[in-house]
Design a protein. Structure first.
Lengths: 234, 234
DNA sequence: ATTAAAACATGACATTTATCATATTAAAGG
DNA sequence: CCTTTAATATGATAAATGTCATGTTTTAAT
């Protein structure tokens, strides 16, 4: 992330998304201090926030937008491990483990993020028990999600995984006025969430369309028959 | 776990495996108190320590033996998410999230485990910063492992996953005097680690044998050519 | 607006993997 | 020790998925 992306943004006390993250435990004094040590950034769609193996030395708080967390596999393909959105924090695991990040973060749409240096976060971490507890619970939630995801990848067919993922995108990120999924992924990205070849993903989307489960127009996807999709996902 | 399994065991201060878990951070006084609140248990091979959905209300410290952590998938098959052995703790995520456990734990061999009630652990957790930090780092490590595992399941072939798993079993659990893998899994269990049908797993083991990568005699598996196995795993 | 590049789509085919059937072997219980 | 059951093994086949080729559409850049 280049320094030119640093911009002036509102104070942390007035930031709404803070309420949705572990940071909600911070006191007014802590928030005032936080406003001083944070830097705010605009990240454009497609830009990299951090890359696998990098030393991030802090955490990011997402004020707006969505990004994907990816991991490079042995065969050279990226796998999307998780989607992260407004109100969530990035880089917590790496900070606690005191290790380089094990995933890359790439913006799926224009984003606003704030960066808080590790030294500052760790201060809150040591002194504010509720804050550290919140971070821990988030990581525990991630671990549970990862376990579920793992079992799905191991036991479900590509078709089931695609149906499930479409429902997940619908439930987690909502839809636009025209009923299409708010989050827009390329076929390639969708394939790398469900763990399949791009062509297989495209083919199954076409099948779903023919079966009346979804509507397709360009990148836009409308879930037409959610009940049936749920049946396909099992 | 039935109460009849409770047995008298040595004091925590003298317990060696404690040194390998987050509990190593506890002070002598804390360990003395721990000895009083813990209960010790013998678990026979195949017995269930806890089951998915159960309220465990504490953590288990494994003094001896190995168990599998499994999750039931939608199609009714168990998937082995993780193997846990001597020196590790069980049930930490559930305790911190304050939720039922999301995995079942089943002994793969006879085990000795100690149970520490949640109320006691949480006491150490609040007062001993190093202990809570250790627990957190363990969970962060689990999350990283889960991410890696996920990508492997999504991107690698069954053959690659089998080779990788055999190497993992070798590196993590060692071998017996006769060079065979110390940890003994049924073909069915091996299949449910790599996420495939039992028959496919058996077939690939036969292939590996024909290729001179491994030796098979009953449940015993000897890794004959580790270099080649690594190549197969990529 | 034009062109180049990227993304999407589909057919043909190869490969991988699952499923079903059926032996064979090993383990466990009376 | 015998008998029953479970685990292992293998063949035959079906189904799922990946790969390569190729054409179309969309997007982005000049």
């Amino acid at each position: 992330m280049s320094p030119k992306n640093i911009i002036i943004m509102s104070k942390c006390e007035q930031c709404i998304v803070r309420e949705f993250s572990s940071l909600k435990a911070l006191t007014k004094e802590e928030l005032l201090k936080l406003s001083d040590c944070k830097t705010s950034h605009i990240i454009k769609k497609g830009e990299v926030i951090f890359e696998e193996g990098e030393n991030v030395n802090g955490i990011f708080c997402i004020k707006d937008g969505i990004c994907k967390l990816t991991k490079l596999s042995a065969n050279g393909k990226d796998h999307i491990v998780k989607l992260v959105t407004k109100g969530e924090l990035l880089g917590q695991r790496s900070m606690i483990s005191d290790e380089p990040v094990n995933l890359s973060a790439v913006a799926l749409e224009d984003m606003q993020v704030c960066f808080i240096p590790k030294s500052d976060v760790m201060g809150y971490f040591d002194k504010n028990n509720q804050f550290s507890m919140n971070v821990m619970k988030t990581i525990c939630g991630d671990l549970k999600e990862a376990d579920d995801h793992m079992v799905n990848l191991a036991q479900k067919t590509v078709k089931e995984r695609l149906a499930e993922t479409l429902l997940y995108l619908h439930d987690s990120f909502g839809k636009n006025e025209d009923e299409s999924l708010r989050i827009q992924l390329s076929r390639d990205e969708l394939a790398s969430i469900i763990g399949t070849a791009t062509e297989s993903c495209i083919r199954l989307l076409s099948d779903f369309k023919k079966l009346g489960l979804i509507e397709l127009s360009g990148k836009k996807i409308v879930l037409q028959d959610i009940a049936k999709l749920k049946k396909v996902a099992e």
